[in-house]
Design a protein around this ligand. Structure first.
Ligand SMILES: Cc1cc2nc3c(=O)[nH]c(=O)nc-3n(C[C@H](O)[C@H](O)[C@H](O)COP(=O)(O)OP(=O)(O)OC[C@H]3O[C@@H](n4cnc5c(N)ncnc54)[C@H](O)[C@@H]3O)c2cc1C
Length: 296
């Protein structure tokens, strides 16, 4: 076994909601060659692999496999072009660094994603979005490592991105991404401030949460449906739907994965009975046998 791989890793501090069991294996590679070593280890030992970024949309149960954190794969390279900044970013870089760069350089796009925790790799995999902008919008190309640890460079136009969906992590682990962010004619700072204050007033951003729990169904909002069926503020043990935003799950102290599963079942049941709509989880519920990533 490579020295870099730990056993019996407690997972709850690795997610923003602070809920989680134990992973049998855990690693935090610092570069592509360590990442390759970790994947080879998983391959040799027939392990499931779950790539983890900031854990801002992830809730763990117990996971008998390898959790591979990308948080140490960091770095940004910038190339100035006539009308845009070409930005190459390693997957573990915090998304906030792209937001800050956008403010400094007055770039279109990423300032709209201000105020939520994420790594760039996690934002690409989730095609994270807000206020009419999605991560894939100015994505030009990326590199990923497949489950046999081969690195591929692909153009974004060859990949399918849609609402909160991408081919990752099914296809492998995003290692780096290249964006071409156009310079904006007007000032982005004012719009950025509107985004931040709207987020503060409508979302529970200062408590442990995993962001949106369910995807919005076509033509509607999961939060509206959940509120209508009485889920706003509804609590199971120490897990509740926020009083501020019915689609945000919060941990009130000592929430558990079992409580999460129970409250989600109740929410889905109520919405289905009232509206005939089956809500789909946006949040990733990760336990052995049902994780995104490498399956065995
Ligand atoms: C307060 C709050 C507000 C939020 N608001 C929004 C919002 O407005 N819009 C929005 O879209 N989301 C929002 N989120 C959710 C979350 O921030 C996004 O989904 C974000 O993109 C998750 O990034 P992450 O690095 O934490 O991913 P993780 O939670 O670590 O992982 C999410 C998924 O991406 C995969 N993944 C992670 N890194 C990689 C990689 N390098 N390669 C391949 N797969 C990878 C994981 O396997 C998993 O399937 C919010 C969350 C919080 C806590």
């Amino acid at each position: 076994m490579t020295q870099k791989i730990q056993t019996g890793m407690k997972l709850k501090t690795l997610t923003t909601i602070g809920i989680g069991g134990t992973a049998s294996w855990f690693a935090e590679p610092i570069d592509v060659s360590e990442l390759r070593e970790c994947l080879r280890f998983a391959l040799d030992n027939s392990l499931e692999v779950f790539p983890l970024g900031r854990g801002a949309n992830t809730i763990f149960g117990d996971f008998d496999g390898l959790v591979l954190s990308t948080r140490r794969l960091k770095g940004i390279k910038v190339e100035r072009k006539e009308k845009a900044l070409r930005v190459e970013v390693m997957a573990g870089t915090p998304l906030s660094e792209l937001v800050n760069l956008s403010l400094r350089e007055n770039l279109e796009g990423f300032y709209r994603l201000a105020g939520f925790p994420a790594t760039v790799g996690g934002a690409v995999a989730m095609n994270a979005g807000a206020f009419g902008y999605e991560t894939s919008r100015h994505l030009v190309e990326l590199e990923f490592m497949d489950w046999e640890s081969r690195v591929h460079a692909v153009k974004a136009s060859e990949l399918e991105f849609s609402y909160r969906s991408s081919p990752f992590p099914e296809m492998g682990i995003v290692v780096s991404a290249v964006f071409e962010l156009p310079f904006c004619a007007g000032s982005v700072r004012e719009e950025y401030q509107r985004v931040v204050s709207r987020r503060k007033s409508t979302q529970p951003i200062n408590v442990p949460t995993s962001g949106s729990t369910f995807k919005n169904p076509p033509g509607d909002y999961a939060g509206r449906l959940l509120e209508k069926v009485g889920m706003k503020g509804y609590r199971v043990g120490d897990v509740a739907f926020s009083d501020l935003h019915a689609n945000f799950l919060v941990n009130l102290g000592n929430g558990s994965y079992t409580q999460v599963v129970k409250i989600l079942e109740e929410a889905k049941r109520r919405v289905y009975e009232e509206f005939g709509i089956t809500l789909q989880e946006e949040v990733k519920l990760v336990e052995s046998g049902c994780a995104d990533g490498r399956k065995v």
